[in-house]
Design a protein. Structure first.
Ligand SMILES: Nc1nc2c(ncn2[C@@H]2O[C@H](COP(=O)(O)OP(=O)(O)O)[C@@H](O)[C@H]2O)c(=O)[nH]1
Ligand SMILES: [Mg+2]
Length: 246
């Protein structure tokens, strides 16, 4: 059985799912891949079913309606935990996260509990994004770090690798955010519980096809959520100590 699972939430990603799966299996043939599709109107779910019928490593979870990135990931994490995967990678479908980085993430997680592919270590490595989007992302990262104290340069990055132990310890029912602040909440909760977060540099490209699902509602949720996270741990800015792990 494969010990690595890549989870990709999808909503209207018909043009991307075939190519991204090929690229993932090229670099990491001994991984499984789970798509979590929220009944995409463009028919992504049907394309995925056809792909899954041809490859045992590829799985599809169909959900009834668009319910946000966070809920899709939580469903995927629960699926992974039921199946004993050791390393759980999360990424976008749209090639903003280069599948070629997956082996580097797997290597890095040997010395970490959570690996975050960071756009903001060793400078800023983002290509083709409008300046407005870059400024929003960079400002959000500074805002999160300032309010919560989390020592992560890119806490909203969606390209990650979790050790199974982190997901087991996190109590996924208590993860309440749904949009992009879900990524901040996962990183913050892991850190405050004392898990080791390591960032590796990635180059982030604007999506190749399709459209972004980032909107102002998602953005507003993130602004408030950061304060809730800080409040929830009594504005504590240091993590719990954990017994050292191998
Ligand atoms: N299942 C599911 N996937 C989503 C949802 N919102 C976004 N996604 C997926 O999550 C990933 C990140 O979204 P994306 O639009 O690329 O956000 P951006 O990179 O910040 O512009 C993509 O693979 C999307 O298809 C959702 O509500 N449900
Ligand atoms: Mg994206």
């Amino acid at each position: 059985m494969n010990t690595k699972l890549v989870i990709i939430p999808t909503y209207d990603e018909k043009e991307n799912v075939g190519l991204v799966s090929e690229a993932i299996f090229d670099v990491s043939p001994r991984s499984d891949l789970l798509f979590v599709d929220d009944n995409s109107p463009d028919g992504t779910g049907k394309v995925l079913d056809e792909m899954a019928a041809k490859d045992d490593r590829l799985h599809v979870m169909h959900r009834q309606e668009k319910n946000g990135l966070g809920r899709a990931y939580i469903a995927g994490f629960e699926w992974a935990l039921e199946r004993k995967y050791e390393f759980i990678i999360g990424m976008d479908a749209d090639f903003s996260h280069d599948p070629a980085e997956i082996p580097n993430m797997i290597e890095a997680v040997k010395n970490a509990d959570l690996v975050v592919g960071s756009r903001y270590v060793d400078g800023i490595r983002i290509t083709n994004w409008p300046l407005s989007r870059l400024l929003l992302s960079k400002t959000a990262a500074t805002y999160v770090r300032t309010i919560t104290g989390i020592p992560v340069a890119d806490p909203t990055s969606g390209f990650r690798c979790y050790r199974r132990e982190v997901l087991e310890a996190l109590d996924l029912d208590q993860i309440i955010s749904n949009g992009y602040s879900f990524l901040v909440e996962m990183a913050h909760t892991s850190w405050i519980k004392g898990f080791r977060i390591v960032e590796i540099p990635i180059t982030f490209e604007d999506r190749r096809a399709g459209y972004s699902k980032m909107d102002m509602k998602v953005f507003r949720e993130s602004l408030c959520m950061v304060w809730r996270l800080a409040f929830r741990c009594g504005f504590r800015r240091t993590p719990a100590s954990r017994p050292s792990q191998s």
